[in-house]
Write a protein that binds this ligand. Structure first.
Ligand SMILES: [Ca+2]
Ligand SMILES: [Ca+2]
Ligand SMILES: [Ca+2]
Length: 397
């Protein structure tokens, strides 16, 4: 009997290692940090940490020198990664800045690598958090849609992070997970007009060096260079529930097309939520342009920590977008949506834990594929998930 249990223990252990948590790709719990702790570049440190933990017990700390672009590579274990990207090629990653750190810029590009399609990397960079001013974790959206996936039976498969910062920086990464379109609340689609966005300020004074136009169902922005605001989004009343969405989300997400890249090769974005609670301007900076590349991708700006309306129906609630670029840049913005903050037990991500979520878990009972019905992320839908829903029943409703 003892022997049998020992074997059971071994096989269960193997299963737990092999079955990474559903929805969550990497939690940075193992000693080797999914391979990122191996082959660390000279002058860099990659270490298991307890700062910035947003899932499990540990995060991945990365200490990097100034202006030293380097790649960190994962372990290439196909089944830890490829099945997840087959569900979604958009990933979310929580990133926390070490206390006291502040750098002028920090960013990352991402590559996939395998023996079939070999090395391919994004033509754009993702802004990493730059400052600990609000002691904050920011969620970065990694849009990898433009990188093709290999055959499911490829021998190995790897994701790599190419990182750089304008000064010595220290960041903590955790909870690399699937982006879920079900969590989107659609706000601006620009079907007929600019939905209130304008380049004049509240006194009606135009900002020089920027034009804003409605072109084929999108908002087109031409900036001659430098920082400009697109004010007053939703000020025409076309998004009546804007405040309610803003209050239930952490990220504003939008599709951005670089039509004409800036000559200096960089362009970026912040947002501000303006309501009676104040001018809520983000300290997270999303990158838009990189080099002379043109592309469309999904950009997210984490606005946690800013002043938000304290009711769903304030006197006003406006979305303002700040654009900056090194010289003339033309972009198009479309489909601005808010990404709902997670509520434990909310399987369908509609903001409420109720019988619909319960039914989903029952329908998927025993399922071991990657599914949001696996509420506790242990790789199987079972009575533990059911219990989690019952314990949180009514939450958010
Ligand atoms: Ca973790
Ligand atoms: Ca629900
Ligand atoms: Ca489960």
């Amino acid at each position: 009997m003892k022997r049998a249990y020992w074997w059971l223990g071994v096989s269960l252990g193997a299963l737990l290692v092999a079955t990474a948590p559903a929805q969550i790709v990497y939690s940075f719990e193992p000693e080797d940090l999914h391979g990122f702790a191996n082959n660390v570049p000279a002058g860099w440190q990659v270490f298991r940490a307890t700062l910035g933990v947003t899932h499990g017990q540990y995060s991945m700390g990365v200490s990097m020198p100034a202006n030293d672009f380097q790649w960190l590579g994962s372990n290439g274990v196909r089944d830890e990664l490829l099945p997840y990207l087959q569900v979604s090629k958009k990933l979310l990653l929580d990133v926390t800045v070490a206390p006291g750190r502040s750098v002028p810029w920090a960013n990352m590009i991402v590559s996939l690598n395998d023996p079939q399609l070999e090395w391919r990397q994004t033509r754009f960079s993702f802004g990493l958090p730059r400052t600990s001013a609000q002691s904050a974790t920011r969620t970065v959206l990694l849009d990898l849609e433009e990188l093709p996936l290999p055959d499911p039976n490829v021998a190995w498969f790897q994701i790599n992070f190419g990182m750089n910062a304008g000064a010595a920086h220290e960041l903590y990464f955790d909870n690399l997970r699937l982006y879920r379109p079900a969590c989107e609340m659609l706000a601006f689609t620009f079907d007929n007009d600019l939905q209130g966005f304008r380049i004049t300020d509240s006194e009606g004074n135009p900002q020089p060096g920027i034009t804003l136009s409605w072109v084929a169902g999108q908002m087109r922005v031409s900036n001659l260079g430098g920082f400009k605001w697109l004010f007053n989004g939703g000020g025409d009343g076309s998004v009546p529930n804007l405040a309610a969405m803003v209050r239930r989300a952490d990220l504003v997400v939008m599709d951005v097309t670089v039509i004409s890249p800036p000559p200096a090769g960089w362009g970026n974005m912040i947002v501000s939520i303006n309501s009676p609670a104040g001018w809520g301007q983000t300290n997270y900076v999303a990158e838009i342009a990189l080099g002379q590349n043109t592309f469309t991708r999904t950009v997210a700006v984490d606005y946690r920590g800013v002043a938000l309306p304290n009711t769903d129906t304030p006197d006003y609630c406006l979305l303002n977008i700040g654009i900056n670029s090194g010289g003339p840049m033309t972009i198009a913005i479309d489909n601005i949506r808010f990404y709902r903050r997670a509520i434990v037990g909310d399987v369908n991500c509609d903001g409420c834990v109720n019988d619909i979520d319960l039914l989903q878990v029952l329908l998927e009972f025993g399922n071991t594929t990657i599914t949001p019905a696996d509420v506790n992320n242990d790789g199987v839908v079972n009575d533990i998930d059911l219990l989690a829903i019952l314990l949180n029943f009514g939450s958010g409703c």
